[in-house]
Design a protein around this ligand. Structure first.
Ligand code: GLU
Length: 496
């Protein structure tokens, strides 16, 4: 009976941002659901009342939306198996806990923190593997009443069967755990809030999840969850534990390895499709050389057998490569449109909606020049600043090494004079003018091109100089050459 409709879920805890690891889990589940025409459920696991925030929920939803990972059931969508926030499902957890109590598969435990610590220490001293000593397993009604009269509030513990727990991981094959090592863990806390392992099972079972795909940091939770499925007579879903993501230094991915929050990539001006394409490759590959895939192509190609058994390594360079590829292949119109909010943010334009056609045309020309040179939009704003400001910042290192060289003012002066009277402002005429000045001064092209670039842009590198001048326009070019000459002379005065 293999044609049961696939139902998968992404179940984040809203305790922080949507990080790369979470986004990868979400994406793999989404791709899997879409590949098999299944259902992708989003469930918010907000039982950690201290660390869960509404803001984090919004950040997660926003991140998913930005990446284009739409869910079929979940927050804002509803669905047959809701609610999709765990804190709205408390009566369900209670109901099943009561069933377990009735069947004597779970029991109340009144032990205090101190008593538990003491028991653990004792076991450790005896060289035993510390686990709950089952002090409360067979309490009589009187004993329970006495504890309650003392003001103790019980938790509910699951009675763990002492046997092997085996499951077949879709990626790792057979995994065996010794049930003997598991402690009778808590399923309901004394405040009526379920623990993660318990709530996740009730939810996955009631939401009819067929395949649980998640990071392999959860693998030690899986046997505990299987025991709960079995105790309640639920079908056990299939499990696939995806190898973790590490930084280049092969330690667990963290802030040290660059931005780990998906929304930071939005802020930096990455293209969501490129980020998705890259994240898809963190632990998955199509099997061939090809790496650029549209979402539709990823959906078509995504199967579990292509998931790697080894940890994935996050590389900022690789992500930049993906993003640059997407940038290169985008139309100037779409690039310009995506760029506008960044220009606005930098105060380079006033109102992105009411741009004059002339300004819009100008931005497009700049975009054309920069398209092949940038990794993201934040970098565009940085690299192309001189097209948008009146007074440019000259990189001090470029000033010292290029502009303050002997004879530069004379060269810039000669060029300024030539360009200020140039009749036709196109690439060819500008190039001819530059070459003529070079030959009349008997210098090489580079000796005029380098200082001119720094004078016009403040930087040592950038797009082709003649194209740059065309876009900048004749007036601004001449004005910047004049300003550079003044700056150099001023610096000489101060220096002498
Ligand atoms: N809320 C859990 C987490 O964010 C979900 C784990 C699971 O997928 O079962 O790690």
């Amino acid at each position: 009976m293999e044609d049961k409709k696939i139902r998968v879920r992404f179940a984040p805890s809203p305790t922080g941002m949507l990080h790369i690891g979470g986004a990868r889990t979400a994406l793999f589940n989404w791709l899997y659901a879409r590949h098999y025409n299944g259902t992708f459920v989003l469930r918010i696991e907000d039982t950690d009342q201290v660390r869960s925030t509404e803001e984090a929920v919004n950040v997660i939803l926003e991140g998913m939306k930005w990446l284009g990972l739409d869910w079929d059931e979940g927050p804002g969508k509803g669905g047959e198996y809701g609610p999709y926030f765990q804190m709205q499902r408390l009566p369900l957890y209670q109901e099943f806990a009561e069933e377990l109590l009735k069947d004597e598969k779970a029991y109340y435990c009144y032990c205090t923190r101190e008593e538990l610590a003491e028991s653990r220490e004792k076991q450790a001293r005896e060289g035993k593997n510390p686990k709950y000593d089952r002090h409360c397993l067979n309490l009589s009604e009187e004993e329970k009443k006495r504890y309650e009269a003392e003001g103790r509030k019980p938790v509910i513990r699951l009675k763990i069967p002492t046997r092997e727990i085996v499951f077949n991981d879709l990626l790792r094959g057979e995994v065996t755990f010794d049930g003997e090592l598991l402690s009778d863990f808590v399923i309901m806390k004394s405040d009526g809030i379920p623990t993660y392992n318990y709530a996740v099972v009730i939810d996955d079972a009631l939401m009819k999840i067929t395949d649980v795909m998640r990071g392999d940091d959860h693998i030690s939770n899986t046997p505990k969850q299987i025991v709960i499925y079995e105790a309640l007579g639920f079908d056990v879903p299939k499990f696939a534990h995806i190898p973790m993501i590490m930084g280049q230094d092969h330690t667990r991915l963290s802030k040290r390895h660059g931005a780990t929050s998906v929304m930071e990539y939005k802020k930096m001006g990455y293209i969501p499709e490129a980020v998705v394409n890259y994240i898809a490759h963190l632990g998955w590959s199509s099997g061939g050389e090809r790496e650029i895939f549209s979402k539709e192509e990823l959906i078509k190609e995504f199967t579990l057998d292509k998931i790697s058994r080894h940890a994935a390594v996050f590389s900022m360079d690789k992500l930049n490569w993906f993003n640059s590829e997407y940038l290169k292949n985008m139309s100037i119109d779409s690039l310009t449109e995506m760029l506008l909010p960044f220009l606005k943010e930098a105060n380079y334009i006033e109102d992105e909606e009411n741009l004059s056609p002339k300004k819009n045309e100008y931005i497009k020309e700049v975009v054309k020049l920069m398209q092949g040179r940038i990794k993201n939009f934040a970098q565009f704003v940085d690299y192309a600043d001189y097209f948008f400001v009146d007074k440019i910042n000259i990189d001090p290192q470029a000033f010292d090494s290029v502009l303050s060289k002997e004879g530069v003012t004379g060269i810039l002066q000669a060029l300024k004079e030539k360009l200020s009277v140039l009749k036709c402002w196109d690439e060819e005429s500008i190039e001819n003018a530059v070459r003529e000045v070079a030959s009349s001064l008997q210098i090489k092209g580079g000796q005029i091109i380098h200082p001119t670039r720094v004078a016009l842009s403040g930087k040592k590198v950038g797009p082709g100089l003649f194209e740059l001048m065309v876009v900048l326009g004749q007036d601004k070019t001449v004005k910047r050459l004049k300003e550079a000459i003044e700056k150099i002379e001023e610096a000489k005065k101060i220096g002498s």
